[in-house]
Design a protein around this ligand. Structure first.
Ligand SMILES: N[C@@H](CCC(=O)N[C@@H](CS)C(=O)NCC(=O)O)C(=O)O
Length: 233
């Protein structure tokens, strides 16, 4: 049995999707970021980086969404390309999400929604980089149904976590600007596991009110401003 620590957000939802796609038995354990539940000593022992998601599998803690995807896919031989030579492409695109698409999108939203003024330069910088990553994805998907080897893999799941929020990251025009990325989003949304992964969030009571204490817990530093609307769900 896998203990699965999760919260709302673009990183945990990738792992929720894998668990629902694979049918592996797991116990969902909610971590309320706005209450600071990721900052407790017991959670630090599981993930010293104090972020969500994390799992404990047969007593082994694994943290970081893309590492969890790769670990579970490797262990259970699921959602990896059949051709071993496609592994290079899989790793390239997984790292593209882990080190580029994810962090730049996250920072773009942070500066847009939560940063105090003045923020013109960092907002421009992160939105520019996030959009550039979308352009790379768009070009890559021009002649493909899936990210790697024309098969649904963990890379598609990792990308899905972020592209669900494309309008928040790159703006309301995102779907018309990036039709190939939108096609991938809709294909994954249409899989039976996708609504099940999303339903997991509804079954747990997460704090959704951003007061100042909640923001301090979420970002671990002072100074973030309260958003006018909820962001990642
Ligand atoms: N690289 C990590 C990032 C995880 C991450 O930033 N998770 C967010 C939720 S989506 C979080 O834990 N935020 C709270 C914090 O950063 O303190 C991963 O892919 O798992």
């Amino acid at each position: 049995m896998i203990d699965y620590y999760f919260s709302p957000g673009p990183n945990p939802i990738k792992v929720s999707l894998f668990l629902e796609e694979s049918g592996l038995p797991y116990k969902p354990i909610s971590v309320d970021l706005l209450k600071g539940e990721h900052l407790t000593p017991s959670y630090s022992r599981l993930n010293p980086n104090n972020k969500v998601p994390a799992i404990i599998d047969d007593g082994v803690p694994v943290f970081d969404s893309n590492a969890i995807l790769l670990y579970l896919a490797d262990k259970h031989h699921r959602f990896l390309p059949k051709d071993p030579l496609a592994r290079g492409s899989l790793l390239s695109w997984l790292m593209f999400v882990a080190s580029g698409l994810g962090p730049f999108s996250g920072q773009a939203v942070h500066f847009k929604m939560y940063a105090p003024e003045p923020k013109e330069y960092p907002l421009h910088r992160y939105t520019f980089e996030a959009r550039r990553h979308y352009q790379v994805l768009e070009g890559h998907l021009a002649d493909k149904d899936w990210m790697v080897d024309d098969t649904y893999t963990i890379v598609d799941m990792a990308v899905w976590g972020w592209i669900r929020h494309m309008d928040l990251v790159v703006g309301e025009s995102a779907k018309s600007e990036f039709p190939n990325v939108t096609r991938l989003l809709e294909k994954i949304n249409g899989r039976p596991a996708a609504p099940r992964a999303l339903a997991l969030l509804k079954d747990h009571n997460f704090t959704m009110e951003f007061d100042q204490e909640a923001l301090d817990n979420l970002y671990r530093h002072k100074g973030a401003v309260q958003p006018s609307r909820l962001t990642f769900k």
